[in-house]
Ligand binder design. Structure first.
Ligand SMILES: [Mg+2]
Length: 384
């Protein structure tokens, strides 16, 4: 099987309401759809969901790297994932442009093609016979206490048939507000909670105090806290991790394989939030999972603001490994525009996002998207 073409399209995904984390409010995602075709007539799909402070790249950088690498990937076998990644890295060296989300998008499309060629879902290529079911969280951004509770109740109603078991709350970095919001949700929602401070606590002592207070009220129903302190300050992270009953997971500080290795070596966190977009795809995510398991570090898998294409890659990856204790595969649920058909979008059931079970990533593009790609309308094509 040989790669015969690579196409890329800019896609803007609008959120129905603004989504706030401790340092940013998002109104939409600026992503790139990547389509790789082969001589056997298969099409593989991938997506870049860049956000510089987390993935380290912008859409412009992703766009430039896709252009630079496309020619080099022609005639390559998409099933030779290692060679594909080497080729992307060579293009990074040649151009001086680094883009983890480009690696991720190309990696997804190649795994998709490899699976389609072998007639196997990606989780099977990764070694699982049947998909492991790992609960996913639905996320509530920073809002007033009243609106946070309303959002939790809305999720409970909307997703009661999906077996919703976990909600994730973004923390603001304001101790009093954060404690109140978490305990207010714990009062109305009987499931488990995860927290994400997105670096909001500059003082690790205050972070420990807030977490102690939350733990004393809500207890073990709070299963983890992501990135309490500023990115890259592993001493602060370790300070919180060593003292908090709530396990600390590194997210922004563990973007790439190298970052994750540093977090593990410093024993700075009890877990790592792998996001395929910042790791550089399934290939690199598997390598992070390997060193984490060797060192008894827990894993969760999260998302950027990404559509069901990238979420399908996440669902296959999560389903392939029993070592992943939590998933945060919800981003696509919030966009009103759907990029994949409803039959092939990873279903939300038993509290988890599961792969559709079809070969490759298991997704088919929505008809409207196929039409605008074919007719090249209302979408920005990145010519290579
Ligand atoms: Mg996070």
């Amino acid at each position: 099987m040989k790669i015969t073409s690579i196409e890329a399209y800019k896609i803007d995904l609008r959120l129905p309401e603004p989504f706030s984390i401790s340092f940013k409010t998002f109104t939409h995602a600026e992503n790139i759809l990547v389509v790789i075709r082969t001589d056997e007539g298969f099409s593989g799909f991938g997506e870049c969901a860049p956000f510089k402070p987390i993935t380290g790249d912008s859409r412009e950088e992703a766009e430039m790297l896709i252009k630079a690498v496309s020619k080099k990937l022609m005639d390559k076998d998409p099933g030779d994932i290692e060679d594909i990644h080497k080729t992307v890295e060579e293009a990074e060296k040649d151009t001086g442009i680094h883009s983890q989300t480009t690696k991720a998008a190309i990696d997804f499309a190649c795994y998709d093609l490899w699976g389609k060629n072998e007639e196997k879902p990606v989780y099977e290529l990764l070694g699982a016979k049947t998909p492991n079911v790992t609960p996913t969280t639905l996320t509530i951004g920073i809002k007033s206490i009243e609106d946070t509770v309303k959002s939790a109740e809305k999720y409970m109603e909307l997703y009661k048939d999906s077996g919703l078991r976990r909600i994730k709350l973004k923390l603001s970095g304001n101790p009093e507000e954060d404690v109140k919001r978490v305990t207010a949700v714990a009062d109305v929602f009987s499931g488990e909670l995860t927290l994400d401070a997105n670096q909001g606590y500059k003082d690790p002592k205050i972070a420990v105090k807030v977490l102690d207070e939350i733990f004393s009220t809500v207890g073990k129903r709070v299963i983890l806290i992501e990135e309490p302190c500023p990115k890259g300050d592993l001493e602060k992270m370790k300070y919180v991790s060593d003292r908090s009953e709530i396990p600390v997971f590194a997210d922004e500080s563990a973007a790439t394989f190298e970052d994750a290795r540093k977090v593990i070596e410093a024993s700075a966190a009890r877990g790592i939030n792998i996001k395929l977009q910042k790791a550089g795809g399934i290939y690199w995510a598997s390598k992070i999972a390997e060193i984490a398991c060797e060192n008894n570090v827990s894993l969760m898998v999260g998302t950027m603001l990404e559509s069901s294409i990238s979420v399908a890659a996440g669902a296959n990856f999560v389903s392939s490994s029993p070592g992943i204790i939590n998933a945060d595969l919800d981003a696509d649920l919030y966009f009103s525009v759907k990029l994949t058909t409803s039959e092939t979008t990873p279903p939300f059931k038993y509290g988890a996002r599961l792969p559709s079970g079809l070969p490759g990533l298991g997704i088919e593009l929505a008809e409207w998207l196929i039409r605008i790609i074919e007719e090249d309308i209302n979408i920005a094509k990145i010519s290579t």
